[in-house]
Write a protein that binds this ligand. Sequence first.
Ligand code: AHR
Length: 347
Amino acid sequence: MRTRRQDYRAAARWLVALAFAGFALVSCAPGKTSAKSKAKGDDIILGFSQIGAESAWRNCNTKSVQDAAAASGIQLLFENAEQKQENQIKAIRSFIAYQVDVIAFVPIVSDGWDNVLREARDAGIPVLVTDRKITTADETLFAGFIGTDSDREGIEAAQFLEDKFRARRPLPPSRASSRPRVGPVRVVELSGTEGSSAATGRARGFRSILGADKDFEIVRSESGDFLRSKGYEIMLKLLDEVPHIDALFSHNDGMTLGALDAMRERGIVPGQDIVIVSIDAEQAAIDALKAGEVNCVIECNPKTGPSIMDLTRKLACGQPIPRLLHVEERVFSEGDPNLDEIPPRGY
Ligand code: AHR
């Protein structure tokens, strides 16, 4: 016997299903019938708002979520926000209207989620924040977070540079003079999307180490929005404008690969003339590390799909989940005798 609430949920889902028809068909595992005819228990629906497809890392993250949903029998309503917070808010509202069991989203920026999260709470739908963090005055607006530890990534980057340059004094001559240089190591930073926790955390962690080290100076920091094209453009500009650059800290591999193109174009040998630390550990960056063009790559793990599905199942069944889950990540750096053993990255 169906209760009145079940009838209402079924009707509401049918209405809003029109908007998701394509996604619903794609996300159903082969051989299964539609969500509406499934028995409760098997019938978990997850609304997932992804920010876009700005990097190979992001595409791998999307694939991980989609594959894990299909493998675990969770029906996925997937929305790509094309880098716009307003699209994410719209997507979350449509998930609420659809009465999904759980909402998960990657917040493109940290601020500005409270209203829509209140709406989700009023509708009784638990929310999982993933990959990037949010700032909110009311931490009870979301059930938990799973993703990377951006502060730690910035700390690892700074520590690599400290170790590298400790062994490298005096500094190599600048292009203007043949004399070895004394004075601070001059670092430029390509940062990620402004206002995103990935960018603010990486910058904060980096400065928590180098800010207190008088042997280093961050001479310029510009946002490349996590895009390869901007990494290229900004690096060209920095090479033209900044008198001497000893090191580059890039918040993601996409921007790093663009910066490598810019350096080669200006006759600079990446990895030698400029020491490079990058984050993500895409295959292309690992290849550049092996070739000596990048000096250190800090892993940011995109393969969170299976954990997101476990947490979704728990939330859908009313079980508690941890407030904060940081995924496991490694640091790959030059001189490691096992670089050739690194298995294919898959992104
Ligand atoms: O939020 C994670 C970051 O976003 C990754 O470092 C980057 O490549 C992605 O676009």
